[in-house]
Ligand binder design. Structure first.
Ligand SMILES: C[S@@+](CC[C@H](N)C(=O)[O-])C[C@H]1O[C@@H](n2cnc3c(N)ncnc32)[C@H](O)[C@@H]1O
Length: 214
């Protein structure tokens, strides 16, 4: 099957910058106490549910995958870019990393206890996001959690911006929360923090859960 051109462009762009990205970001969590706290809370919720492993979808070089795995939940990574997957495997040879796209995951229904998607939906065309969120619902077990990280904007509509790697979108947390609600998720918590030095935008995280079956 032919790869849609937007996915192709994102994959080629990340293949080209993978090494540089890994150099810049592999230790970034050391400087992000709020994100570490959120990941710790996410790890605890996923472990309490005990419904399956966590997939870090759009894992890049695998630094967050490894961080979460070390906190307790069995975690593996998935990324569109083969260069990112190769770097992740090299840096974390004890962990599993697969090539794949969040738009059509090669996973059975209900097998995941959690999904991390940190700054990986930012390149998804807005009209494609409902497809991605439906896919996340499909692969999560009832009670499974999803932690989404993204660049925040004030406008209710997604705002395109000139991301260094590939065309990207900022979202208002309310608009993304509404899309997630329409896909069947229940909001658990959200974090909005101001940009650090060198960052351009506010950064947001939404933590949501797939409801237990009635
Ligand atoms: C900005 S990086 C974020 C990497 C990592 N999550 C982090 O927080 O540093 C975006 C990553 O998402 C991946 N990505 C983009 N679109 C994707 C898709 N449709 N499916 C899977 N991965 C995707 C890219 O290849 C890239 O590695």
């Amino acid at each position: 099957m032919t790869e849609p051109s937007a996915l192709h462009d994102t994959r080629v762009a990340y293949d080209a910058v993978a090494s540089r990205y890994a150099e810049l970001f592999s230790n970034v969590l050391e400087t992000l106490p709020m994100e570490r706290a959120l990941l710790a809370a996410f790890a605890e919720l996923v472990q309490a549910q005990d419904a399956g492993p966590v997939a870090d979808i759009g894992c890049g070089p695998g630094h967050v995958t490894a961080h979460l795995h070390a906190l307790g939940p069995t975690t593996f990574g998935i990324d569109l870019s083969s260069a990112m997957v190769a770097l992740a495997r090299r840096a974390h040879p004890d962990l599993r990393f697969d090539e794949g796209s969040m738009t059509a995951l090669d996973l059975a229904d209900g097998v995941l206890g959690g999904i991390l998607a940190l700054y990986s939906i930012i390149h998804t065309q807005p009209q494609q996001l409902p497809v991605v969120f439906t896919e996340f619902q499909r692969v999560l077990a009832p009670g499974g959690h999803l932690l989404l990280g993204f660049f925040a904007g004030d406008d209710p509509l997604p705002q395109e911006f000139d991301h260094k790697v590939s065309l990207a979108y900022r979202w208002s947390p309310d608009s993304l929360a509404e899309l997630l609600r329409q896909a069947g998720f229940v909001e658990v918590a959200r974090l909005l923090r101001e940009p650090h030095e060198g960052e351009r935008f506010q950064q947001a995280h939404l933590l949501v859960r797939k409801p237990q079956e009635p």
